[in-house]
Every structure is written in structure tokens, then in C-alpha cells.
Design a protein around this ligand. Structure first.
Ligand code: AMP
Ligand code: MG
Length: 358
């Protein structure tokens, strides 16, 4: 990889132990530099959200299309006011219920926010993260921080600082290592610019929880549709191939017994064709796939574990040079929508339906 600049690397587990480094990082952001930092969802690639040239540097470092807007991160709720032209009541209810935390609100932007940060849109996406290092950095910078996930565009999002280093060494000024991201999947994005709050990207905060907080919510109908379907997703980034491992990935649907049997059949077939086969599976099913490379997602369908490990495991399949990768689908439970959405994208919408055995 071509290295354009020297990337500084700091470890900060707790803001009180890293005050000097945080001051340096804050100054770097104020002066137009790029700093990758930990959040509870995934690592972010941060720059001054109010500086168009910083946003341009972010798109370039990631290789991200410039029509794919950046999420603006703030360190306390009142920092939202200068960034938006109106704040509906639903926004206040959602902020009270879920901030700081893994929820992003899309609102009408004020003139302070440059069009480069919002990919040319008249709306802006805003989040207040809960990770103490993220919040301390934003406070230290003294400006809101635009931060997409800190991966090269198209690759799985980073949940460890080492993932950021793999993708962005030599392309950013600084990486702050704050340990592994707790959640492992990106925030839930809710658009509040229409009549009813609309989920543009499913995440850790579920549809059910949002409904409890604001009464009604809908989902962007394009969320689980193939990207070539008629309706384009409303979050511009959702139309791009994302999270992709180098392997060709297949998601196998159907009742669990039939899906596992289909996975065995497919794995055997791929192996006969000379392919290196990888399996994403639960610990208790790993024995069925002993002769392949197994990557354990969780025990007993534990969704929190799947969310926490998925992106990291996809990167491991690259390192293991897997050619074909199979996983069951986990579209159930509180995190089912978020996991399914990421897995479908990782698999480029390759889905196999397992037939129930008679
Ligand atoms: P990332 O920061 O990499 O998690 O990606 C941010 C996601 O938020 C992308 O899918 C963007 O398209 C989406 N997003 C950011 N700003 C807006 C906005 N103003 N309206 C709709 N989607 C947005
Ligand atoms: Mg991303």
C-alpha cells in the first residue's frame, strides 16, 4: 500500500490516562487533520465536520464516493442545535431515550454544515457516541467530528485499531487504539425529515425500541432488497457494496436443520471444485464442519456475539485466504435486522434457500 503520510498510533483506554494524546488529537482535528478513534459501534475516521477540506480528505483516505454522506459526531446533546435548521419533538424524545449511544438522527441541516460533509444533501446525520474516548476527543477538538467507519470503502468495518491500521496506515494522521468496539455493528440511522420516523439502516437500537420511544416508525422498504431492485435505499451509502470479504459468500436460509444440511452439501461441492471453504457458524455446530475452516460467530444463536464478531471474522476469512464462505441467516431476535442487513451486503445478496427435508 502506498503510504502518503506518517500515521501516529496511540493507545488510550481511559481518557484520564491519555489527556496529552487527546489534546494532540483534538488539535490535529481543529487543524484539518484526520484521526481514527474508537466508538462503541465501530472505529470512526474523524475530521472537522465544519471544514469542507477535512471532509474531502476523509472521502479520499477511504476511497469513498463523495455522494455518500458522513455522520457528524457530537459530545453532548446541546451541540446539535447549531447543526440543524429544525429539531422536531420526535428527535428530542429519541435523543433522551438513546443518547449517548448507537443511534444516528437524520435532520434538516443548517448552513454551518458544509455540503461536502453531507454528500450534497440538505440533511445531516448526527450521533452522540457513548464511548468515553470518542466523547473526550470531540470535546477536546471543540468542533463536531465527521466520521464514517474507519475502513477502506467496501471492506468490513473496523472493530479493532489493528483493522484501521490494515486499511489506513499512511493515509491518516493518527489512530487512537481504545480497545475492541463493544457492539461491533454500526448505529441505527433514523430519518426524521418525513411524517413518520424511518429507519434507513438497522442497528443496535431496534425498531421495537424506537416504536416504544416515539409511537410509530417505519423501515426503508429498500433495506433488504437487492441493490438492483427498483427502489433505491434512502441512505446513499446503503446502495454500495460493503463489508465484503474477498471470498464469495453465500447466506443459507431455511429452518436450521435443513440449512445446516444444505451448508454441508454446498461446502462439499465447493471443496470438490478445489476451493478453500470457510464456514461461519455457531460453536455447537462446528463439529459438522471440522474439515473446513470454521469461524465461530457465537454460542446458541447469541445475537450480541454475532454482532460483536461478524466484521472481525470477515477480515479473518481474508487472512485465511478463503475462496467460498457460507453462513446461516440470523434474521430474528432484537438484532436480527441489523445482522441480516450486514450479512446480505457482505454476501453480495447471494442467498440459497434450503428445502425442508421430508
Ligand atoms: P458510515 O459512517 O460508514 O457508517 O456510513 C454512514 C451512513 O450514513 C451511510 O450509509 C450514509 O449514506 C448514511 N448517511 C449519512 N448522512 C446521511 C443523510 N443526511 N441522509 C441519509 N443517510 C445518511
Ligand atoms: Mg461504513
Amino acid at each position: 500500500m502506498q503510504k502518503d503520510i506518517k500515521t501516529e498510533f496511540f493507545k488510550i483506554n481511559d481518557p484520564s490516562d491519555g489527556q496529552k494524546e487527546l489534546e494532540l488529537a483534538g488539535k490535529m482535528i481543529r487543524e484539518g487533520g484526520l484521526v481514527a478513534f474508537p466508538t462503541e459501534t465501530v472505529y470512526g475516521l474523524g475530521g472537522n465536520a465544519l471544514d469542507p477540506s477535512a471532509s474531502e480528505r476523509i472521502y479520499k483516505a477511504k476511497g469513498r464516493p463523495s455522494d455518500n454522506p458522513l455522520i457528524v459526531h457530537i459530545s453532548s446533546a446541546e451541540e446539535i442545535y447549531p447543526l440543524v435548521s429544525e429539531l422536531p419533538k420526535t428527535a428530542v424524545s429519541l435523543m433522551e431515550a438513546f443518547w449517548p449511544g448507537p443511534m444516528t438522527l437524520v435532520l434538516k441541516k443548517s448552513d454551518v454544515v458544509p455540503a461536502t460533509t453531507t454528500g450534497g444533501l440538505s440533511t445531516v446525520a448526527i450521533r452522540m457516541p457513548s464511548h468515553p474516548v470518542a466523547r473526550a476527543l470531540i470535546k477536546e477538538a471543540g468542533v463536531p467530528i465527521a466520521a464514517p467507519s474507519a475502513n477502506s470503502s467496501g471492506r468490513p468495518s473496523p472493530t479493532k485499531a489493528v483493522h484501521v491500521l490494515e486499511d489506513l496506515d499512511g493515509k491518516v494522521d493518527m489512530i487512537i487504539d481504545g480497545g475492541e468496539s463493544d457492539i461491533g455493528l454500526e448505529s441505527t440511522i433514523i430519518d426524521l425529515t418525513g411524517d413518520t420516523p424511518e429507519i434507513l439502516r438497522p442497528g443496535y437500537i431496534s425498531e421495537e425500541e424506537i416504536k416504544k420511544a416515539v409511537g410509530s416508525v417505519k423501515q426503508d422498504p429498500a433495506l433488504f432488497a437487492r441493490p438492483d431492485a427498483d427502489a433505491a435505499p434512502k441512505a446513499p451509502g446503503m446502495k454500495y457494496r460493503h463489508y465484503a470479504p474477498k471470498a464469495k459468500m453465500f447466506l443459507i436460509k431455511g429452518n436450521k436443520k435443513a440449512a445446516l444440511a444444505e451448508m454441508q452439501r454446498q461446502a462439499q461441492k465447493a471443496e470438490k471444485e478445489g476451493k478453500k471453504v470457510g464456514i461461519l457458524c455457531e460453536k455447537e455446530d462446528a463439529a459438522l464442519f471440522e474439515k473446513y475452516s470454521c469461524f465461530v460467530l457465537c454460542e446458541n444463536e447469541n445475537e450480541e456475539e454475532i454482532a460483536h464478531r461478524l466484521f472481525s471474522l470477515l477480515r479473518e476469512t481474508d487472512k485465511a485466504q478463503i475462496d467460498v464462505l457460507f453462513s446461516l441467516s440470523y434474521k430474528k431476535g432484537r438484532l436480527g435486522d441489523a445482522i441480516e442487513n450486514r450479512m446480505l451486503k457482505a454476501a453480495g445478496y447471494n442467498v440459497l434457500e434450503a428445502k425442508d427435508e421430508l
